[in-house]
Write a protein that binds this ligand. Sequence first.
Ligand code: ADP
Length: 587
Amino acid sequence: MSALPSRLRVILIVALILLGLLLSMYWAGRFAEQRAWAERSQEARGQLELYAQAIHTQVERFRSVPALLALDSDIQALLASPADQRLRKQLNRRLEQQNQAAGSSVLYLLDRSGETIAASNWRDWSSFVGNNYAFRPYFRDALERDSGRYFAVGVTTGIPGYFLSSSVKNATGEVLGVLVVKLELEDMQRDWVSQPGILLIADSLDIVILTNRPAWRFRHLRPLSDEVRSRLVDARRYAEQTLQPLYSEQLQRIDEHSERRQVEGPDGRHDYLWQRLELPAEDWTLHLLLEPQSVIASVRSYRLAAAGVWMTLAFLLLYLAQRRKTRRVEQRSRSELEHLVAERTRELHTAQDELVHAARMAALGQMSAALAHEINQPLTALRMQLASLRLLLDNGREDEVRKGLGHVEGLLERMAALTGHLKTFARKSPAGLRQRLRLTDVLEQALQLLAPRIRSEQVEVFRQVPNEAEVSGDAIRLEQVLINLLHNALDAMTERPQRRLRIVCQRNGNSWQLSVADNGGGIAAEHLDRVFEPFFTTKAVGQGLGLGLAVSYGIVRDFGGSLEAHNDGQGAVFTLTLPAAEADAAE
Ligand code: ADP
């Protein structure tokens, strides 16, 4: 990947992160959904079993009622002689009491033709007495199979109910009539209203007969064929106009009994977790529809959690990768830098060495040329002088020989002065020779040496050097510097009618500044930069070597000080700056 251009890499990384985000959210969602559905399905099953139990208990309580009553001799007597009005009245009351005691809705007796001859509701406007229920399957079932059960809307009352029937037989086993108990189950239905989810109890035709949501009652869960429909109408089981379809579509099957369905119900189109439980005793099926709100919430929170975890992970990885990269770059640039520094230092040393070498060669060349010139002159003069001396000697002119020898002496002195200077120039101060020097003493010494000349040239000397002005160094060499400066000043003033020498010393920070000023007219501007160069001189041949200031400059620098030249209105001013000796420094 490192070979890719950085822009493309960024796009690729972002795309990967997004892809990872989507995938993690998708999988987390799926996982959460499956889990939540399984949990909800489990819950729904538990709930359905409770409902089934409640229904079963309720119905079981009444199942034996008609069978037990069928054994009653009064009932058998009435069926034997249906015209007996007294017996009829008596039985009506009996059934009324029994019904009340049992808690059923209606208890009634049908004769063999299906006509009601006695009923617990004989007093009501909706009395069943006189009505014929031969068309009801529960009647036929009881005749044929001793008992029957049937859910239907009451023909007389219009109230739906569960009819449980049992045949009444005489001693010989002949069927005399049928005893029926009707359970309306409306109370039970009302109790369920507050329960979560939609409970549907469907009969064998998948028509909702009981529910905790009234609007869902009499919906049929599967299409009814025309034949079934007409049979229902004939049996007057349900009012035809109340029968409406409930469309639904399976979205996902969760397990054997539950699935996700989209339902077009009375409250509009919704997704439900649809759970089923058979109730074989009644041939009914219980359905529980739960809205998937909690599932959606759980899926959402799982997705969010997955997104959070994924993003944290992705950023952590990115951060680590970036840090590794930065470290690598840093390490590389550091080692590159170190390498570069080492190389440059090496180059610099080489260049320096070459420079020093070149400077040395140049200085050597320059010096040898100047030296050859300087020494050649007196040597030539000496040779000529010696030749003329020999002639003079041959001619016996001794006086002149003596004078000539004086010249020779002068020339030799000049050569000695030259080598003297060179020796000073070459000499390094012996290591550790650092005397504590009082400037005024050193200056006095120098002036003493020059006293004959000062006196003969009538030079006015002004000096102001404080006693406490002390520096550390080598007295002889410092004296040499001062002599050079004074010498030059005297030389510069020879032509002046009045010669004034001014030596002043003052403190400047940690140093002492001693200046030697004359009124000799100063140094020409173009020479100012060159006066410290070796062999630079403006004096006539034989007068100067051009080494005095160069030597002095070197000495002062050895002492850690500096020597500068400038002009004031009268003449040249040489300023010597030297570090002040510490008050407690050892001598
Ligand atoms: P030299 O005295 O042998 O010429 P120096 O190095 O002492 O050598 O001086 C170099 C030159 O600096 C002199 O030739 C002169 O031109 C100039 N110089 C030095 N001191 C003074 C001064 N006080 N006034 C004017 N010129 C000076």
